[in-house]
Ligand binder design. Structure first.
Ligand SMILES: Cc1cc2nc3c(=O)[nH]c(=O)nc-3n(C[C@H](O)[C@H](O)[C@H](O)COP(=O)(O)OP(=O)(O)OC[C@H]3O[C@@H](n4cnc5c(N)ncnc54)[C@H](O)[C@@H]3O)c2cc1C
Ligand code: FES
Length: 278
């Protein structure tokens, strides 16, 4: 059977995909169901970038069979031999429950870095950068916050269901950026959704990066577009492969000549609010 052009693109992209062993250095419970995992790859991997994610698998286990996507939180050390990095995660099901049981010396399979992350170059001309996070969506915003702190006016709007969902705030506080917290139950910060104060934060020359549940991303997009700002949104979809072959993570994206299904793992996870068909 002959491969079509589309097939050969897939085969080429598969050839670049390699799983490396990642050793657990530390796996710390931060609060409630939230954890911080430090991994160190056994072999070099391509350079990490802001907004990238990795697919983590459990070697030697058939269940869970599929790897789990996890966003890059912090790069601790990158060398020609290995990469040491952090993942922040929340336990919601079997895979993340297993992750929470990992201890120093355990090994995961790691594919990555994957995806198209934050378009950091587009932030150069912005006077103010507004980061909007919902729950564990806070972690991929840390690298942009670190890179922009002290150079630009940076505001973080961070929301969760309750105080236990507002994690890793200490890391952002150390950067000296402006932080506004929201909880739905009013247990910390202002009572309400994280999008409550967004319209008031937006200036003529703002840029917005957001990560969180889809409903939050849509609200951020609506508010920002009304103010003439097209926000960058990092999407969280269930993923089977993570590198573009299973076509299981599509969302509808408007392009010049029509609407197309685009893969969150390959063309995303970051898309502009103005191009998403909700
Ligand atoms: C690009 C990307 C980056 C991510 N980064 C992080 C991260 O840094 N930290 C983190 O904690 N999580 C992150 N996630 C979400 C994480 O991958 C899922 O929470 C995880 O795969 C769930 O696995 P599980 O086996 O624990 O749950 P499962 O047993 O597979 O599912 C439990 C429940 O959660 C739902 N669910 C599972 N996966 C998702 C999902 N991706 N989106 C919405 N609902 C889901 C299921 O429908 C089910 O109801 C990311 C997802 C993507 C796509
Ligand atoms: S997860 Fe397989 S194509 Fe995106």
């Amino acid at each position: 059977m002959f491969a079509t052009n589309k097939d050969s693109v897939i085969i080429q992209s598969m050839n670049k995909i390699e799983s490396v062993k990642a050793h657990v250095n530390e796996n710390r419970q931060i609060k409630d169901n939230y954890y911080l995992l430090e991994l160190e790859t056994e072999a070099p991997i391509p350079k990490m970038f802001p907004g990238a994610f990795v697919m983590l698998s459990f070697p030697g286990r058939l269940d869970p069979l599929l790897p789990r996507p996890m966003g890059l939180f912090q790069v601790l050390e990158e060398s020609g031999k290995s990469c040491r990095f952090n993942i922040g995660y929340v336990v919601i099901g079997k895979g993340t429950r297993l992750m929470s049981e990992l201890t120093k010396g355990n090994v995961l399979g790691c594919v990555g870095p994957l995806g198209n992350g934050w378009k950091m170059d587009l932030l150069n001309s912005a006077e103010k950068v507004i980061l909007v996070a919902g729950g564990i969506g806070i972690t991929p915003l840390y690298i942009p916050a670190m890179e922009l702190a002290g150079k630009k006016d940076v505001t973080l709007l961070f929301g969760g269901a309750g105080a236990n969902d507002l994690v890793f705030t200490d890391k952002f506080e150390k950067l000296g950026i402006d932080i506004k917290l929201y909880t739905e139950d009013g247990s910390q910060g202002s009572k309400g959704f994280v999008t409550k104060g967004l319209a008031d934060e937006i200036t003529d020359n703002s840029a917005i990066l957001a990560c969180g549940p889809e409903g939050m991303l849509r609200a951020v997009s609506d508010i920002a577009l009304q103010k003439g700002i097209d926000p960058q949104l990092s999407f969280d979809k269930r993923m089977a492969c993570g590198f573009g072959v299973c076509l299981g993570c599509n969302i509808a994206i408007k392009e010049e000549d029509g609407v197309y299904q685009r893969r969150v793992c390959k063309e995303g996870p970051v898309f502009f609010g103005g191009e998403v068909v909700w």
